[in-house]
Design a protein around this ligand. Structure first.
Ligand code: HAM
Length: 484
């Protein structure tokens, strides 16, 4: 607790320093632009900015094009249809397990993450987007949402609700990591947390079962679940193990890379995460946490495994799975999927009893996970399990003034029946209209000229094979409802 508080202070100070550095950099940039790039602007009178306000009006004069910030991207149709389908499936499956949705804010006090995730972690010390707000408080774009959900649990006194409280969230997170395939600076997570009540191993197993059922429903390829227990923070459990690990690491320090050497001091457990080739044989010979768990943690871990087996969930044990955030204890797990290259963790989670208390709430058990939605989508796409083609059910090829009135009415009744309709804003020659209909991947073209309208007999063309059928207005609606 004390250590967490002091590291919090350090990281808050660090954040303030970083914010000041950024201000100075912005000022230098503005000076440079004014002096050298925009000389015509240099002499013009500018409205004085009030203290504390940046006057950036000179930037408006540049004509350069804008691009999404590095590590962020636009999600566009037709791909967004897949995102919506994935999110819809998550809502449906999580709902069947009794989870309700929470939508916490994207901005939170920097200190929330420093205290929950840990001031020494990469996420907090290097990767957060933090800024000094106008009231000089340090604010951050959330790098993860477990801390926010715990903050909300305390703020809304959810301990008074029937326990456990089961919540899920879907939304963007922000981490300033080096962008690569499957790793972005703005990315999306689908996460779930179970808070309060007991720490019965059946809860751990059910949470894992839920995420595995979700992946199963999506037919995610190559799913592999790895589990571990990292015990609890006591001398006869993890703390004792970490001390032994640190002294074993000291003995082989010279053979380790600089990152691992540094971690002997800051967080020896993280050395086990190392992917560095030459460290692998050394790590294999390090003491293992399973041999140092206290009796309670050992029993809890054995029961979690039994509970997973009762649910038919297949798992591999990985004694090196320690996860990078400070709040974990006992059960940790990660799920990988195919087609993702080096960033193949599609879900990470674990138990975090004590986190709510650390944030000022009552003693509370907690466990949860977060799925990297960008990676999930990538894996589904790579496996070609999904087709993301833009499609319309019906393209209305109309020409003539009477035909437009009828076309508008037809579009309205088809859309009301849930059928997607493209209604061109101006009449088109039929040849052109059919060309556009197939470019838009339409299934049918409804042909409405003044003759068809006068006769009350409408032609429906199936674009795949060119066949045509004639219908009256009610017959058409009936046919489309049955065939789409
Ligand atoms: P995490 O392991 O940091 O855990 O992130 C969970 C998942 O988010 C990762 O497995 C990965 O799929 C995805 N992810 C993380 N960083 C990026 C990135 N830069 N670009 C794309 N995807 C990324 C947490 O965030 C914990 N809050 C999970 C949790 C919830 N534990 C308990 N409850």
């Amino acid at each position: 607790m004390l250590a967490a508080t002091s590291s919090t202070k350090t990281s808050t100070e660090q954040n303030r320093l970083v914010a000041n550095d950024r201000k100075r950099a912005l000022f230098r940039l503005s000076f440079f632009l004014r002096a050298f790039i925009l000389p015509s602007e240099a002499g013009t009178a500018e409205p004085a900015s009030t203290p504390g306000e940046e006057n950036l009006s000179f930037l408006v004069a540049t004509k350069s094009k804008f691009q999404a910030i590095r590590g962020t991207r636009d999600l566009l149709p037709p791909e967004t249809a897949l995102w919506n389908r994935v999110e819809g499936t998550a809502r449906e499956i999580f709902g069947t397990f009794g989870f309700g949705e929470i939508r916490p804010p994207i901005l939170e006090p920097t200190e929330l993450f420093a205290r929950a995730v840990g001031g020494e972690t990469d996420m907090v010390s290097k990767e957060m987007y933090s800024f000094e707000d106008r009231d000089e408080s340090s604010t951050s774009l959330r790098p993860e949402a477990t801390a926010s959900v715990c903050r909300a649990y305390i703020e809304h006194q959810m301990q008074q609700l029937p326990l456990p409280v089961k919540l899920y969230y879907i939304g963007p997170m922000f981490r300033r990591e080096r962008p690569q395939k499957g790793r972005y600076r703005q990315f999306f997570q689908i996460g779930a947390e179970v808070l309060g009540g007991t720490d019965a191993p059946a809860i751990d197993a059910e949470v894992i079962e839920m995420v595995m059922s979700f992946f199963d429903r999506l037919q995610l390829p190559g799913v592999q679940l790895e589990i571990n227990s990292i015990g609890h923070n006591a001398d006869n459990c993890r703390r004792g193990y970490v001390a032994q690990l640190a002294s074993a690491l000291e003995k082989v320090k010279d053979k380790l890379g600089t990152d691992s050497q540094r971690r002997i001091e800051t967080n020896p457990l993280r050395v086990l995460d190392s992917k560095l080739e030459r460290e692998q044989p050394i790590i294999q010979n390090l003491p293992r946490i399973a041999d140092h768990l206290c009796d309670e943690c050992k029993a809890h871990y054995a029961a979690v495994k039994r509970q997973l087996e009762m649910r038919g969930v297949l798992y591999h044990e990985n004694w090196r799975l320690v996860r990078g955030l400070d709040y974990y204890m006992r059960t940790t797990f990660e799920i990988t999927a195919a087609g993702l290259g080096s960033q193949n963790a599609v879900c990470g989670g674990g138990r975090y009893d004590g986190l709510v208390e650390l944030l000022g709430g009552p003693p509370t058990k907690g466990i949860g996970f977060a799925i990297g939605e960008d990676r999930l989508i990538l894996s589904l796409q790579e496996a070609a399990k999904v087709t993301t083609v833009a499609a319309r059910d019906v393209y209305i090829a109309w020409m003539g003034e009477h035909a437009q009135t009828t076309a508008i009415r037809a579009a309205k009744s088809l859309r009301a029946a849930g059928i997607s309709v493209e209604l061109p804003p101006v009449g088109q020659k039929f040849g052109k209209a059919l060309e556009r209909a197939s470019k838009l991947n339409s299934r049918y073209a409804l042909i409405l000229g003044d003759n068809e309208v006068a006769e009350g007999s409408w032609t429906l063309k199936t674009l795949a094979d060119g066949s045509q059928q004639k219908f009256s207005e009610p017959e058409l609606l009936d046919f489309l409802k049955r065939s789409l």
